[in-house]
Design a protein around this ligand. Structure first.
Ligand code: NAP
Ligand code: MN
Length: 271
């Protein structure tokens, strides 16, 4: 049966519990007449990711932020993005058939890097981090919509989406942001604050329409800069300038109708 929802593609990590969950899910889907896509390029209506948040991020990057909706099955990790446990496959089948899911549409963050060799861009669902490539501190001049705001010196900066606010950003002392609030959060990584160097020590929040301009200070501009997007990275030499803004892509996650962001936060961080 080719339903109006399209085919389903399954992506899983290599753990034995993920493989077992995958086998059970494939069996149920086939029994219920769904067609499984052999490749994510078949434009599946749904991509099921079996693993942890890291596996979901991996799938999103590998498939280059596809239009397909995602749902995650958590097999033994933190599982902040993951909506289902392996023992909920029948609930999933029922709710999917009956359209009893809501869609959580998550913003992304995008960076454009200009170097002597051209212009490059990367997208993150959680965050983009800008760091040095060695263990020296990095010095960055920053502007908001073209007006100079601060010179940062330290290990680097993270620009987190609301979805990423509970990840690296939170470890750095940044705030947890409810994804219904569409902001980007600029959070310093070990900022120096002395009479020689001075920058904000807390996170600052930016509305979605503003552009954060970042250029290497003369102390940094000879060295490669490392751009980290959801844990993946690329290094650039001779960086002239960088621009960070809300991404053009979004990521759509299926959530049970009783999904509650703050209940999820509580269950993952406090209980
Ligand atoms: P990892 O090193 O295996 O994961 C770091 C942890 O972050 C895992 O427990 C992961 O969950 C969890 N996580 C990922 N996205 C999250 C989110 N939006 N909210 C809450 N927790 C989240 O690497 P990974 O699994 O590939 O994840 C990449 C992410 O790691 C990066 O985007 C960055 O945010 C984070 N990170 C954190 C630190 C830090 O806290 N000091 C340093 C570097 C990177 P699972 O166990 O379900 O995979
Ligand atoms: Mn992980």
């Amino acid at each position: 049966m080719e339903t109006s929802k399209g085919k389903i593609y399954i992506y899983s990590n290599g753990t034995s519990s993920s493989k077992e969950t995958r086998r059970r899910l494939e069996e149920k889907l086939e029994k219920s007449g769904y067609s499984l896509a052999k490749s994510p390029t078949e434009d599946p209506g749904l991509i099921v990711v079996i693993g942890g948040d890291g596996t979901l991020l991996e799938a999103i990057h590998k498939f280059e932020f596809p239009e397909s909706k995602f749902i995650g099955i958590n097999t033994g990790h933190l599982g902040f993005f993951q909506e289902l446990m392996p023992n909920q496959l029948d609930d999933f089948m029922f709710n999917y058939r009956e359209d009893k899911f809501t869609i959580q549409e998550l913003s992304t963050v995008e960076i454009r890097v200009k170097t002597d060799d051209g212009s490059f861009h990367h997208t993150g669902l959680n965050e983009i981090a800008i760091k040095g490539s060695d263990n020296h501190s990095i010095h960055l001049n920053m502007s908001i919509d073209g007006s100079f705001i601060q010179r940062f010196s330290g290990d680097g900066v993270v620009i987190a989406t609301p979805a990423g606010s509970t990840a690296y950003n939170y470890s750095l002392g940044g705030s947890i942001v409810d994804p219904r609030v569409n902001v980007l959060q600029l959070t310093p990584i070990a900022p120096m604050n002395t009479i020689a160097y001075r920058s904000f020590t807390s996170s600052i929040l930016l509305p979605p329409e503003l552009i954060l301009g970042i250029s290497p200070d003369s102390r940094t501009d000879e060295k490669p800069i490392r751009i980290v997007f959801d844990g993946y990275f690329k290094e650039y030499k001779n960086v002239k300038s960088m621009e960070v803004s809300m991404g053009r892509k979004t990521v759509k996650l299926l959530r049970f109708e009783n999904y509650d962001f703050w209940a999820k936060v509580k269950s993952k961080f406090l209980l």
